[in-house]
Write a protein that binds this ligand. Structure first.
Ligand code: GFB
Length: 402
Protein backbone atom coordinates (compact mmCIF):
# COMPACT_ATOMS: atom_id res chain seq x y z
CA UNK A 1 0.00 0.00 0.00
CA UNK A 2 2.75 2.36 1.06
CA UNK A 3 4.53 1.48 -2.15
CA UNK A 4 1.41 2.29 -4.23
CA UNK A 5 1.00 5.68 -2.52
CA UNK A 6 4.59 6.58 -3.25
CA UNK A 7 4.16 5.55 -6.85
CA UNK A 8 1.03 7.71 -7.21
CA UNK A 9 2.80 10.67 -5.66
CA UNK A 10 5.68 10.23 -8.08
CA UNK A 11 3.29 10.09 -11.07
CA UNK A 12 1.53 13.24 -9.78
CA UNK A 13 4.84 15.02 -9.47
CA UNK A 14 5.82 14.12 -13.02
CA UNK A 15 2.41 15.31 -14.31
CA UNK A 16 2.83 18.57 -12.39
CA UNK A 17 6.29 19.12 -13.84
CA UNK A 18 5.08 18.41 -17.37
CA UNK A 19 2.08 20.72 -17.03
CA UNK A 20 4.15 23.55 -15.59
CA UNK A 21 6.70 23.15 -18.39
CA UNK A 22 3.83 23.31 -20.91
CA UNK A 23 2.36 26.33 -19.14
CA UNK A 24 5.71 28.09 -19.41
CA UNK A 25 5.88 27.20 -23.07
CA UNK A 26 2.15 27.75 -23.46
CA UNK A 27 1.08 28.41 -27.03
CA UNK A 28 0.79 32.01 -28.17
CA UNK A 29 -2.76 32.70 -29.38
CA UNK A 30 -1.34 35.54 -31.50
CA UNK A 31 0.68 33.06 -33.50
CA UNK A 32 4.32 32.57 -34.43
CA UNK A 33 6.70 33.67 -37.11
CA UNK A 34 9.88 32.05 -38.33
CA UNK A 35 12.21 32.06 -41.31
CA UNK A 36 15.30 30.55 -42.84
CA UNK A 37 18.36 32.86 -42.55
CA UNK A 38 19.16 31.67 -46.04
CA UNK A 39 21.01 34.72 -47.35
CA UNK A 40 24.69 35.36 -46.71
CA UNK A 41 26.90 34.68 -43.76
CA UNK A 42 26.81 36.03 -40.25
CA UNK A 43 26.77 39.79 -40.90
CA UNK A 44 23.90 39.46 -43.37
CA UNK A 45 22.01 37.11 -41.07
CA UNK A 46 22.42 39.50 -38.13
CA UNK A 47 21.04 42.41 -40.18
CA UNK A 48 18.12 40.21 -41.17
CA UNK A 49 17.59 39.07 -37.63
CA UNK A 50 17.05 42.61 -36.34
CA UNK A 51 14.52 43.31 -39.08
CA UNK A 52 12.70 40.04 -38.44
CA UNK A 53 12.53 40.78 -34.73
CA UNK A 54 10.94 44.17 -35.43
CA UNK A 55 8.56 42.55 -37.93
CA UNK A 56 7.46 39.86 -35.45
CA UNK A 57 6.79 42.54 -32.86
CA UNK A 58 4.77 44.64 -35.28
CA UNK A 59 2.65 41.61 -36.17
CA UNK A 60 2.44 40.72 -32.47
CA UNK A 61 3.58 37.15 -33.17
CA UNK A 62 6.18 35.24 -31.15
CA UNK A 63 9.44 35.05 -33.07
CA UNK A 64 10.79 31.52 -33.36
CA UNK A 65 14.55 32.07 -33.19
CA UNK A 66 16.14 30.24 -36.09
CA UNK A 67 19.57 28.68 -35.78
CA UNK A 68 22.45 30.54 -37.45
CA UNK A 69 23.40 29.07 -40.80
CA UNK A 70 27.09 28.39 -41.32
CA UNK A 71 29.14 27.16 -44.23
CA UNK A 72 32.29 25.11 -43.75
CA UNK A 73 34.87 24.70 -46.46
CA UNK A 74 34.44 21.40 -48.30
CA UNK A 75 30.97 20.67 -46.91
CA UNK A 76 28.03 20.53 -49.29
CA UNK A 77 25.36 21.16 -46.68
CA UNK A 78 25.13 24.16 -44.37
CA UNK A 79 25.43 23.64 -40.63
CA UNK A 80 22.74 24.99 -38.35
CA UNK A 81 24.06 26.35 -35.05
CA UNK A 82 21.52 26.91 -32.26
CA UNK A 83 20.69 30.58 -31.79
CA UNK A 84 21.75 30.52 -28.13
CA UNK A 85 25.25 29.22 -28.86
CA UNK A 86 26.22 32.81 -29.59
CA UNK A 87 23.51 34.96 -28.02
CA UNK A 88 21.35 34.98 -24.92
CA UNK A 89 17.63 34.41 -25.37
CA UNK A 90 16.44 36.18 -22.21
CA UNK A 91 17.45 39.80 -23.08
CA UNK A 92 15.47 39.54 -26.33
CA UNK A 93 12.34 38.96 -24.28
CA UNK A 94 12.61 42.48 -22.89
CA UNK A 95 11.73 43.62 -26.39
CA UNK A 96 9.39 40.91 -27.61
CA UNK A 97 8.24 37.30 -27.18
CA UNK A 98 10.72 34.79 -28.60
CA UNK A 99 11.30 31.04 -28.39
CA UNK A 100 14.17 28.98 -29.80
CA UNK A 101 13.31 26.82 -32.76
CA UNK A 102 14.32 23.71 -30.82
CA UNK A 103 11.92 24.54 -27.96
CA UNK A 104 9.12 25.32 -30.36
CA UNK A 105 9.60 22.19 -32.43
CA UNK A 106 10.02 19.78 -29.51
CA UNK A 107 7.35 21.17 -27.19
CA UNK A 108 4.73 23.04 -29.20
CA UNK A 109 4.82 22.14 -32.88
CA UNK A 110 2.78 18.94 -32.63
CA UNK A 111 -0.18 20.90 -31.25
CA UNK A 112 0.25 24.27 -32.90
CA UNK A 113 1.86 23.41 -36.21
CA UNK A 114 1.02 19.80 -37.11
CA UNK A 115 2.80 18.34 -40.13
CA UNK A 116 -0.34 18.53 -42.27
CA UNK A 117 -0.57 22.32 -41.79
CA UNK A 118 2.94 23.47 -42.55
CA UNK A 119 2.76 26.23 -45.14
CA UNK A 120 5.82 28.00 -46.55
CA UNK A 121 5.58 31.71 -47.29
CA UNK A 122 7.34 33.45 -50.15
CA UNK A 123 6.67 36.69 -52.02
CA UNK A 124 5.87 34.96 -55.31
CA UNK A 125 6.60 31.66 -57.00
CA UNK A 126 10.22 30.55 -56.66
CA UNK A 127 11.45 28.27 -59.39
CA UNK A 128 13.23 25.05 -58.56
CA UNK A 129 16.66 24.40 -60.03
CA UNK A 130 15.32 20.96 -60.91
CA UNK A 131 13.16 21.75 -63.95
CA UNK A 132 10.90 18.73 -63.47
CA UNK A 133 9.70 20.17 -60.13
CA UNK A 134 8.35 23.36 -61.77
CA UNK A 135 4.69 22.84 -62.56
CA UNK A 136 2.96 25.90 -64.10
CA UNK A 137 -0.37 24.72 -62.63
CA UNK A 138 1.06 24.41 -59.13
CA UNK A 139 3.32 27.34 -58.34
CA UNK A 140 5.48 26.68 -55.30
CA UNK A 141 7.97 28.34 -52.94
CA UNK A 142 10.30 25.33 -53.22
CA UNK A 143 11.31 26.30 -49.71
CA UNK A 144 13.67 23.36 -49.34
CA UNK A 145 15.31 23.58 -52.72
CA UNK A 146 19.10 23.88 -52.63
CA UNK A 147 21.57 24.73 -49.90
CA UNK A 148 21.04 26.08 -47.22
CA UNK A 149 17.25 25.89 -47.75
CA UNK A 150 16.93 22.10 -47.51
CA UNK A 151 19.45 21.50 -44.72
CA UNK A 152 17.94 24.34 -42.68
CA UNK A 153 14.40 22.97 -42.47
CA UNK A 154 15.70 19.39 -42.34
CA UNK A 155 17.41 20.24 -39.04
CA UNK A 156 13.96 20.06 -37.45
CA UNK A 157 12.43 17.60 -39.92
CA UNK A 158 10.16 20.29 -41.34
CA UNK A 159 8.42 19.66 -44.66
CA UNK A 160 5.84 21.93 -46.25
CA UNK A 161 2.51 20.78 -47.61
CA UNK A 162 1.63 24.04 -49.36
CA UNK A 163 3.02 27.40 -50.49
CA UNK A 164 1.56 30.82 -49.84
CA UNK A 165 2.51 33.85 -51.94
CA UNK A 166 2.18 37.00 -49.92
CA UNK A 167 2.73 39.63 -52.66
CA UNK A 168 2.16 42.58 -52.59
CA UNK A 169 2.65 42.70 -48.81
CA UNK A 170 6.10 43.72 -47.62
CA UNK A 171 8.10 44.01 -44.40
CA UNK A 172 8.50 47.74 -43.83
CA UNK A 173 6.37 48.16 -40.74
CA UNK A 174 7.83 51.55 -39.89
CA UNK A 175 6.44 53.68 -42.68
CA UNK A 176 2.95 52.31 -43.30
CA UNK A 177 0.20 50.24 -41.71
CA UNK A 178 1.67 47.10 -43.24
CA UNK A 179 1.42 45.12 -39.99
CA UNK A 180 -2.37 45.50 -39.95
CA UNK A 181 -2.53 44.25 -43.54
CA UNK A 182 -0.56 41.14 -42.62
CA UNK A 183 -2.82 40.52 -39.63
CA UNK A 184 -5.95 40.91 -41.72
CA UNK A 185 -4.75 38.61 -44.49
CA UNK A 186 -3.13 36.01 -42.23
CA UNK A 187 -4.95 35.82 -38.89
CA UNK A 188 -3.30 33.62 -36.27
CA UNK A 189 -6.23 31.20 -35.95
CA UNK A 190 -5.96 30.16 -39.59
CA UNK A 191 -2.19 30.72 -39.90
CA UNK A 192 -0.64 29.85 -36.53
CA UNK A 193 2.90 29.95 -37.98
CA UNK A 194 4.20 32.17 -40.75
CA UNK A 195 7.29 30.32 -41.98
CA UNK A 196 9.24 32.38 -44.50
CA UNK A 197 11.64 30.94 -47.08
CA UNK A 198 13.94 33.90 -46.37
CA UNK A 199 14.11 36.55 -43.67
CA UNK A 200 11.12 38.93 -43.54
CA UNK A 201 13.50 41.87 -43.45
CA UNK A 202 15.66 44.04 -45.62
CA UNK A 203 19.41 44.04 -46.13
CA UNK A 204 21.10 46.13 -45.03
CA UNK A 205 19.17 46.52 -41.80
CA UNK A 206 16.67 49.37 -41.79
CA UNK A 207 17.84 52.41 -39.87
CA UNK A 208 14.92 52.12 -37.44
CA UNK A 209 15.97 48.58 -36.47
CA UNK A 210 19.66 49.23 -35.74
CA UNK A 211 18.87 50.04 -32.13
CA UNK A 212 17.48 46.54 -31.54
CA UNK A 213 21.11 45.41 -31.39
CA UNK A 214 20.99 46.16 -27.66
CA UNK A 215 18.86 43.07 -27.09
CA UNK A 216 21.39 40.85 -28.88
CA UNK A 217 23.82 40.01 -26.09
CA UNK A 218 26.69 37.56 -26.29
CA UNK A 219 26.29 34.21 -24.58
CA UNK A 220 28.25 33.57 -21.40
CA UNK A 221 30.69 31.41 -23.36
CA UNK A 222 31.64 34.29 -25.69
CA UNK A 223 31.64 36.88 -22.92
CA UNK A 224 34.08 34.74 -20.95
CA UNK A 225 36.27 33.83 -23.94
CA UNK A 226 36.59 37.46 -25.08
CA UNK A 227 37.37 38.72 -21.57
CA UNK A 228 39.95 35.97 -21.06
CA UNK A 229 41.68 36.82 -24.34
CA UNK A 230 41.79 40.53 -23.54
CA UNK A 231 43.10 39.91 -20.02
CA UNK A 232 45.60 37.19 -20.83
CA UNK A 233 46.87 38.04 -24.31
CA UNK A 234 46.82 41.82 -24.61
CA UNK A 235 49.08 44.17 -22.66
CA UNK A 236 47.39 46.21 -19.93
CA UNK A 237 45.87 49.44 -21.19
CA UNK A 238 43.62 50.58 -23.98
CA UNK A 239 43.52 48.62 -27.23
CA UNK A 240 42.41 49.43 -30.73
CA UNK A 241 40.37 46.76 -32.53
CA UNK A 242 40.53 46.68 -36.31
CA UNK A 243 38.64 44.69 -38.93
CA UNK A 244 40.54 43.90 -42.12
CA UNK A 245 38.12 42.46 -44.67
CA UNK A 246 40.41 41.47 -47.51
CA UNK A 247 39.70 37.89 -48.73
CA UNK A 248 39.27 37.11 -52.41
CA UNK A 249 35.44 37.27 -52.18
CA UNK A 250 35.82 40.81 -50.89
CA UNK A 251 38.24 41.84 -53.63
CA UNK A 252 35.61 40.72 -56.16
CA UNK A 253 32.74 42.37 -54.25
CA UNK A 254 34.62 45.68 -54.18
CA UNK A 255 34.58 45.75 -57.98
CA UNK A 256 30.90 46.71 -57.69
CA UNK A 257 31.78 49.98 -55.97
CA UNK A 258 32.20 51.78 -59.27
CA UNK A 259 28.64 51.15 -60.43
CA UNK A 260 26.71 51.41 -57.15
CA UNK A 261 25.34 54.08 -54.88
CA UNK A 262 25.39 51.64 -51.98
CA UNK A 263 27.06 48.33 -51.36
CA UNK A 264 26.14 45.99 -48.49
CA UNK A 265 26.47 47.93 -45.21
CA UNK A 266 27.70 51.21 -46.72
CA UNK A 267 24.76 53.27 -45.34
CA UNK A 268 26.42 52.92 -41.93
CA UNK A 269 28.95 55.58 -42.91
CA UNK A 270 27.50 57.19 -46.04
CA UNK A 271 23.94 57.44 -44.71
CA UNK A 272 20.90 55.65 -46.11
CA UNK A 273 20.39 58.42 -48.65
CA UNK A 274 24.08 59.01 -49.31
CA UNK A 275 23.78 62.14 -47.22
CA UNK A 276 27.43 61.74 -46.19
CA UNK A 277 28.76 61.09 -49.70
CA UNK A 278 29.03 58.63 -52.56
CA UNK A 279 30.84 55.29 -52.63
CA UNK A 280 34.56 55.21 -53.48
CA UNK A 281 36.99 52.28 -53.75
CA UNK A 282 39.18 53.05 -50.69
CA UNK A 283 36.14 52.61 -48.47
CA UNK A 284 35.92 48.98 -49.56
CA UNK A 285 39.57 48.05 -50.01
CA UNK A 286 41.99 50.47 -48.36
CA UNK A 287 45.64 50.05 -49.37
CA UNK A 288 48.16 48.73 -46.85
CA UNK A 289 49.79 52.17 -46.75
CA UNK A 290 46.45 53.86 -46.05
CA UNK A 291 45.72 51.36 -43.26
CA UNK A 292 49.06 52.06 -41.58
CA UNK A 293 48.64 55.83 -41.99
CA UNK A 294 45.18 55.75 -40.43
CA UNK A 295 46.33 53.52 -37.57
CA UNK A 296 49.21 55.83 -36.69
CA UNK A 297 46.96 58.87 -36.93
CA UNK A 298 44.32 57.30 -34.67
CA UNK A 299 46.89 56.23 -32.08
CA UNK A 300 48.41 59.73 -32.05
CA UNK A 301 44.99 61.37 -31.79
CA UNK A 302 44.13 59.23 -28.77
CA UNK A 303 47.50 60.08 -27.18
CA UNK A 304 46.69 63.75 -27.50
CA UNK A 305 43.04 63.63 -26.49
CA UNK A 306 43.17 60.90 -23.85
CA UNK A 307 46.74 60.98 -22.45
CA UNK A 308 45.76 58.91 -19.41
CA UNK A 309 44.34 56.07 -21.52
CA UNK A 310 46.80 55.66 -24.38
CA UNK A 311 46.45 52.82 -26.87
CA UNK A 312 48.94 50.06 -25.99
CA UNK A 313 48.05 47.41 -28.53
CA UNK A 314 46.12 46.61 -31.69
CA UNK A 315 43.84 43.59 -32.04
CA UNK A 316 43.36 42.49 -35.66
CA UNK A 317 40.34 40.51 -36.88
CA UNK A 318 40.40 39.38 -40.48
CA UNK A 319 38.87 36.85 -42.83
CA UNK A 320 42.18 36.56 -44.69
CA UNK A 321 45.31 38.70 -44.24
CA UNK A 322 45.87 40.03 -40.70
CA UNK A 323 48.99 41.95 -41.80
CA UNK A 324 50.60 41.12 -38.45
CA UNK A 325 54.19 41.44 -39.73
CA UNK A 326 53.66 44.75 -41.51
CA UNK A 327 51.70 46.25 -38.65
CA UNK A 328 54.22 45.20 -36.00
CA UNK A 329 57.02 46.72 -38.05
CA UNK A 330 55.08 49.94 -38.59
CA UNK A 331 53.91 50.37 -34.99
CA UNK A 332 56.75 48.99 -32.87
CA UNK A 333 58.46 52.42 -32.75
CA UNK A 334 55.30 53.76 -31.10
CA UNK A 335 55.53 50.98 -28.50
CA UNK A 336 52.41 49.23 -29.81
CA UNK A 337 52.12 45.44 -30.12
CA UNK A 338 49.80 43.75 -32.65
CA UNK A 339 47.71 40.66 -31.86
CA UNK A 340 45.26 38.18 -33.36
CA UNK A 341 43.46 35.06 -32.22
CA UNK A 342 45.57 31.90 -32.38
CA UNK A 343 42.77 30.17 -34.32
CA UNK A 344 40.12 31.49 -36.66
CA UNK A 345 36.88 32.24 -34.81
CA UNK A 346 34.58 34.83 -36.45
CA UNK A 347 32.38 35.09 -33.36
CA UNK A 348 35.17 35.56 -30.87
CA UNK A 349 36.73 38.16 -33.17
CA UNK A 350 33.40 40.03 -33.11
CA UNK A 351 33.01 39.79 -29.35
CA UNK A 352 36.53 41.18 -28.82
CA UNK A 353 36.11 43.99 -31.35
CA UNK A 354 32.93 44.98 -29.54
CA UNK A 355 34.93 45.60 -26.38
CA UNK A 356 37.94 47.44 -27.77
CA UNK A 357 38.51 51.01 -26.61
CA UNK A 358 38.56 52.19 -30.22
CA UNK A 359 37.50 50.42 -33.40
CA UNK A 360 38.22 50.87 -37.08
CA UNK A 361 35.97 48.83 -39.34
CA UNK A 362 35.13 48.44 -42.99
CA UNK A 363 32.12 50.59 -43.86
CA UNK A 364 30.94 48.24 -46.62
CA UNK A 365 31.08 45.09 -44.51
CA UNK A 366 28.03 43.91 -42.59
CA UNK A 367 30.44 42.02 -40.31
CA UNK A 368 31.96 45.38 -39.31
CA UNK A 369 28.45 46.80 -39.04
CA UNK A 370 27.60 44.29 -36.34
CA UNK A 371 30.52 45.59 -34.27
CA UNK A 372 29.62 49.23 -34.91
CA UNK A 373 26.01 48.73 -33.78
CA UNK A 374 27.07 46.88 -30.65
CA UNK A 375 29.56 49.62 -29.78
CA UNK A 376 26.94 52.31 -30.36
CA UNK A 377 24.78 50.62 -27.73
CA UNK A 378 27.60 51.12 -25.21
CA UNK A 379 28.66 54.56 -26.46
CA UNK A 380 32.08 53.26 -27.62
CA UNK A 381 33.75 55.13 -30.50
CA UNK A 382 34.02 53.63 -34.00
CA UNK A 383 35.71 54.79 -37.21
CA UNK A 384 35.94 53.43 -40.75
CA UNK A 385 38.84 52.82 -43.10
CA UNK A 386 39.21 55.64 -45.60
CA UNK A 387 36.32 57.64 -44.17
CA UNK A 388 36.05 60.51 -44.62
CA UNK A 389 38.07 60.57 -47.84
CA UNK A 390 41.69 61.57 -47.14
CA UNK A 391 41.53 64.72 -49.28
CA UNK A 392 38.18 65.77 -47.74
CA UNK A 393 39.63 65.25 -44.30
CA UNK A 394 42.59 67.57 -45.04
CA UNK A 395 40.32 70.32 -46.35
CA UNK A 396 37.46 70.21 -43.94
CA UNK A 397 38.99 69.10 -40.65
CA UNK A 398 36.01 66.76 -40.16
CA UNK A 399 35.69 65.00 -36.82
CA UNK A 400 36.18 61.32 -37.75
CA UNK A 401 34.26 59.61 -35.03
CA UNK A 402 30.80 58.48 -36.05
O1 GFB B 1 29.48 38.34 -42.21
P1 GFB B 1 29.39 38.62 -43.64
O2 GFB B 1 28.06 38.55 -44.27
O3 GFB B 1 30.06 40.04 -43.83
O4 GFB B 1 30.33 37.60 -44.40
P2 GFB B 1 30.37 40.97 -45.07
C1 GFB B 1 31.69 37.59 -44.20
C2 GFB B 1 32.12 36.34 -43.44
O5 GFB B 1 33.56 36.26 -43.55
C3 GFB B 1 31.85 36.40 -41.92
C4 GFB B 1 34.13 35.89 -42.33
O6 GFB B 1 30.58 35.94 -41.56
C5 GFB B 1 32.97 35.54 -41.39
O7 GFB B 1 32.66 34.18 -41.52
N1 GFB B 1 34.84 37.04 -41.79
C6 GFB B 1 34.79 38.34 -42.19
C7 GFB B 1 35.68 36.98 -40.75
N2 GFB B 1 35.58 39.10 -41.42
C8 GFB B 1 36.14 38.29 -40.50
C9 GFB B 1 37.04 38.49 -39.42
O8 GFB B 1 37.49 39.59 -39.13
N3 GFB B 1 37.38 37.40 -38.70
C10 GFB B 1 36.93 36.15 -38.99
N4 GFB B 1 37.33 35.15 -38.21
N5 GFB B 1 36.07 35.93 -40.00
C11 GFB B 1 29.83 40.26 -47.54
C12 GFB B 1 28.40 39.83 -47.57
O9 GFB B 1 30.40 39.98 -46.30
O10 GFB B 1 30.65 39.59 -48.45
C13 GFB B 1 27.86 39.71 -48.94
O11 GFB B 1 27.63 40.84 -46.93
C14 GFB B 1 28.83 39.04 -49.90
O12 GFB B 1 26.65 39.01 -48.90
C15 GFB B 1 30.21 39.67 -49.77
O13 GFB B 1 28.92 37.66 -49.61
C16 GFB B 1 31.25 39.03 -50.68
O14 GFB B 1 29.30 41.98 -45.28
O15 GFB B 1 31.75 41.47 -44.83
Amino acid sequence: MQWLKMKLRFVNLILLLISSACAQLGGDPNGYLTYCPCMGRFGNQADHFLGSLAFAKALNRTLILPPWVEYRRGELRSRQVPFNTYFEVEPLKEYHRVITMADFMWHLADDIWPESERVSFCYKERYSLQQEKNDPDKPNCHAKDGNPFGPFWDTFHIDFVRSEFYAPLHFDVHHSNEAAKWQAKYPADSYPVLAFTGAPASFPVQLENCKLQRYLQWSQRYRDASKDFIREQLPRGAFLGIHLRNGIDWVRACEHVKDSQHLFASPQCLGYKNERGALYPELCMPSKEAIIRQLKRTIKNVRQTQPDNEIKSVFVASDSNHMIGELNTALSRMGISVHKLPEDDPYLDLAILGQSNHFIGNCISSYSAFVKRERDVHGFPSYFWGFPKEKDRKHSNVHEEL
